[in-house]
Design a protein. Structure first.
Length: 393
């Protein structure tokens, strides 16, 4: 007999998209799935076969300083997360009281998830769309910028907001805006071989790797018809307000052999980029899996979902991380020789880095090796197997 499984995920493509193939597999096996997130993702959730619990949660796009994420940038994100979570906490708790699930799967970074699980006494599991944490490897440091200053007024504002949230909901203050604790079952959407200290993670962790499920169509995009090599450029959907970066890319690759598909988000004014070269296709967003299936190189912010989708298509990466978390991912990409990090935004540096990763046979070999690990990880089928085995424990 099917079970009722509820998911809770922040309204961010990099966290929701990895879960949807698992949702579809659970539904295929006869389980009923509720999915709590923002209304922006209704179509994607329903296409996977789940019922949306609409939290009214609107995706937030964040800005970082041109030199990289600062204490003020991080503090603004944390404060905004706590404020946005106030109505979420009440809605999801009531929804799960009214329709109690047999299993509650919450995103590790959705801090309200562990709180609701504890308050309602729910059997819980986490979904992990980034590097996982355990007793031997702590990911909390990767979210902290290099210049972190706890005395900064913006961070003090966050601490006050956090304390007020804890008092209002009667929860421990150190659990507010913190990554969830390790659950008895943790579904990690990367292969163990990409995980830092992967050998230290025990049977509670299932490194099932990424999967690209059926996506709701976003645009009619076609690959270059002349056979030109395709370069895909994107800084993701959450931290992408970098007109200087996109302008630099326009200068660097204008008139080159590359056909460029460049996703600039919806915060950058096209006028800031100047006249677009004829070898550029510039849009707010592209259907990323489709583009990567034809790409010869990917210039990316190194968000984990983007990294995994690049690996699934064996596309070498030139990374330009915007946050401390993305910096950790970019470091791992370089360490495993799956790509290289940009040194600067000079046109010569951009061109040489992209040209080199596309032509490097050692990077191609490393990508092929990692692809075998992705195939062996098991994807949504293995993840669903782990969920069903958890019920029998």
């Amino acid at each position: 007999m099917g079970k009722h499984i509820a998911f809770l995920t922040i309204p961010a493509a990099g966290h929701i998209n990895p879960t949807l193939p698992l949702v579809a597999e659970l539904v295929r096996r006869g389980h009923r799935v509720s999915y709590a997130t923002g209304p922006t993702y209704r179509s994607a959730v329903e296409a996977a076969g789940a019922t949306l619990i609409d939290l009214g949660w609107v995706p937030k796009q964040w800005k970082v300083s041109p030199g990289g994420q600062t204490t003020a940038d991080l503090s603004a994100m944390l404060t905004g997360s706590v404020r946005a979570s106030r109505p979420v906490m009440a809605i999801i708790e009531q929804a799960l009281r009214d329709d109690r699930p047999d299993l509650f799967c919450y995103d590790m970074l959705t801090f309200t998830g562990s709180m609701v699980a504890d308050r309602l006494g729910l059997r819980a599991a986490t979904t992990v769309a980034n590097l996982a944490t355990n007793e031997h490897y702590d990911t909390s440091a990767m979210f902290v910028p290099a210049d972190f200053d706890p005395s900064h007024p913006a961070f003090q504002e966050f601490l006050a907001e956090r304390a007020a949230f804890a008092a209002d909901f009667d929860v421990p203050v150190d659990k507010v805006a913190a990554a969830g604790a390790v659950a008895p079952l943790n579904l990690v959407f990367i292969p163990r071989e990409f995980q830092i200290a992967g050998e230290t993670f025990d049977e509670r962790f299932h490194f099932v790797g990424p999967a690209i499920g059926a996506r709701v169509p976003t645009s009619g995009w076609e690959p270059p018809s002349d056979g030109a090599p395709l370069l895909f450029i994107s800084l993701g959907t959450a931290v992408n307000h970098r007109p200087d970066f996109f302008a630099a890319c326009t200068k660097a690759f204008a008139g080159t052999q590359w056909q460029v598909a460049m996703a600039i988000g919806d915060q950058v004014d096209l006028a800031e980029l100047g006249e677009l070269p004829p070898n550029f296709d510039v849009r707010p967003y592209f259907p990323q899996p489709e583009v990567l299936a034809h790409a010869s190189a990917f210039l990316t912010h190194a968000g984990m979902n983007s990294v995994m989708e690049s690996l699934l298509n064996r596309v070498p990466m030139a990374t330009f991380p915007q946050t401390a978390e993305q910096q950790a991912n970019a470091g791992r990409v370089a360490e495993l020789n799956l790509g290289r990090q940009l040194a600067d935004l000079a046109p010569e540096s951009l061109r040489s880095t992209v040209d080199e990763i596309a032509a490097d046979p050692a990077i191609r070999a490393a990508l092929a090796d990692m692809y075998t690990h992705l195939e062996a990880a098991g994807g949504p089928v293995r993840a669903a197997d782990a969920v069903e085995a958890y019920f029998s424990d």
